[in-house]
Write a protein that binds this ligand. Structure first.
Ligand code: DI6
Ligand code: FE
Length: 407
């Protein structure tokens, strides 16, 4: 690519303080007088500057004592949608119940209507400002779910639009098929028949066109039962796709344990998860994705059992859940503050949650999420004195520079 970068894309960021977030390091894996070297988009060194092997022809960037963390990762979003639901927000503020909003044509179904009416190009155009908001805060990888299409053509349109975001912006996109998100109007209340459509038609088509990196579902009273989700997961497994689950968000249907039984990459939300669920997740290595934005926005009062996850050694990721209905949030920095303030997560847990553990929740830990040789050179460089500032502030962005794949 040449241009700004040195010979053979060789670049060094020196005079920096590193939070490497390396697995097994204590705390944040801090290196006070650190440097990161990258070649051809990959980290070739991250550690004390004094120990760095001499590199020939490298372009040197002096970080003037700034902090470098891994590029941030938002591992749970519903970023591709059309329109918004600010009108429902106003109705709820005026005292309308969720049922009344739904009867007035609101809820997930209203987003389904808008998405079906939008072209793929329109979806990309409407989603890019949300991607840009994430990128502006140092995000280098974003997971994007479908789930507002709810038929084969519109689910595929959503996933294609999601993939195209990576052509438009310097960011890694991972796509997840969430066809089992809600019942579309044409299903006329028949959940089993819709799950048949998901398993027999939508997932095979999505897999054949390689549009999704994983399969997700919404396991909840108002959505699908554990038995229905198991049917979706069996199909996903037979198609070679890893699974994740919206589990135990509004009630305890033992979704966490179900996800663990299928070796899910992550179970997400988890407000109502019990100790059995946490133990099962620990055993399976399923990451707990904590989503404080939805908890805050729908004024939930039951908190996810962060203490249980700690005690059982369940890894915790933190994500925006960015969606038009329950979490219209596009700031991962604010999300960390919410996870700390609302759920008592520590600074170290929050930072690991948007880097290393978010990478793990996407099955990408070999590629990104920490500052270690061999991984993608995805970095965020911050104008801060200490890492806690990234979690402490609300509505302030101290990003100095963002590097994606070495550029
Ligand atoms: N859980 C949620 O909170 C969102 N989806 C899900 O499975 C709601 C999405 C929406 O209301 O549009
Ligand atoms: Fe979600």
């Amino acid at each position: 690519m040449g241009g700004a970068s040195g010979k053979s894309g060789h670049r060094v960021w020196r005079n920096a303080r590193l939070a490497t977030m390396a697995d097994g390091a204590t705390g944040l894996g801090i290196v006070e007088k650190g440097a990161v070297a990258a070649r051809d988009g990959l980290i070739v060194y991250a550690g004390p500057e004094a120990d760095m092997p001499a590199g020939q022809g490298a372009e040197i960037v002096d970080c003037e004592g700034r902090w470098i963390t891994p590029g941030l990762i938002d591992c749970h979003t519903h970023l591709v949608y059309a329109g918004n639901r600010a009108n429902e927000f106003e109705m709820r503020l005026a005292g309308a119940t969720y049922q009344e909003v739904a009867r007035a044509g609101g809820g997930i179904v209203s987003s389904v209507k808008s998405l079906r009416a939008a072209s793929e190009n329109e979806l990309v155009a409407q989603t890019l400002p949300r991607v840009d908001a994430l990128i502006a805060e140092g995000v280098t990888t974003v997971e994007v779910k479908s789930g507002y299409g709810l038929d084969a053509d519109n689910e595929k349109k959503s996933l294609r639009a999601a993939r195209r975001l990576a052509d438009e912006r310097p960011v890694t996109i991972r796509t997840t098929c969430l066809a089992a998100h809600a019942l579309p109007p044409e299903a006329k209340g028949d959940k089993d028949a819709f799950i048949d459509l998901v398993a027999d038609t939508i997932l095979p088509q999505v897999a054949a066109e390689k549009l999704a990196d994983a399969v997700d579902g919404f396991c909840e009273g108002i959505a699908f039962s554990p038995e229905q989700m198991a049917r979706v997961f069996d199909k996903a497994k037979s198609l070679g796709l890893p699974v994740k689950l919206h589990a135990d968000q509004l009630s305890n249907l033992h979704g966490a344990a179900l996800a663990a039984r299928y070796g899910a990459l992550s179970a997400d939300h988890l407000e109502y998860t019990d100790e059995e669920g946490a133990a099962a997740m620990a055993k399976a290595g399923t990451v707990a994705t904590i989503l404080p934005g939805a908890y805050y926005f729908i004024r939930e009062t039951k908190k996810p059992p962060v203490d249980l996850f700690r005690r059982h050694g369940v890894k915790m990721a933190v994500a925006t859940d960015s969606n038009p209905g329950t979490s219209p949030l596009t700031s991962l920095l604010l999300t960390m503050n919410m996870a700390a303030t609302l759920f008592g997560m520590t600074v170290d847990e929050c930072l690991a949650g948007v880097t290393r553990e978010a990478a793990r929740a996407l099955g990408l830990l070999e590629q990104t999420g920490t500052l270690e040789a061999g991984k993608s050179a995805d970095l965020a460089i911050w104008d801060i004195e200490r890492p806690a500032e990234l979690v402490y502030r609300m509505g302030f962005n101290p990003l100095h520079a963002r590097i994606w794949r070495g550029q």
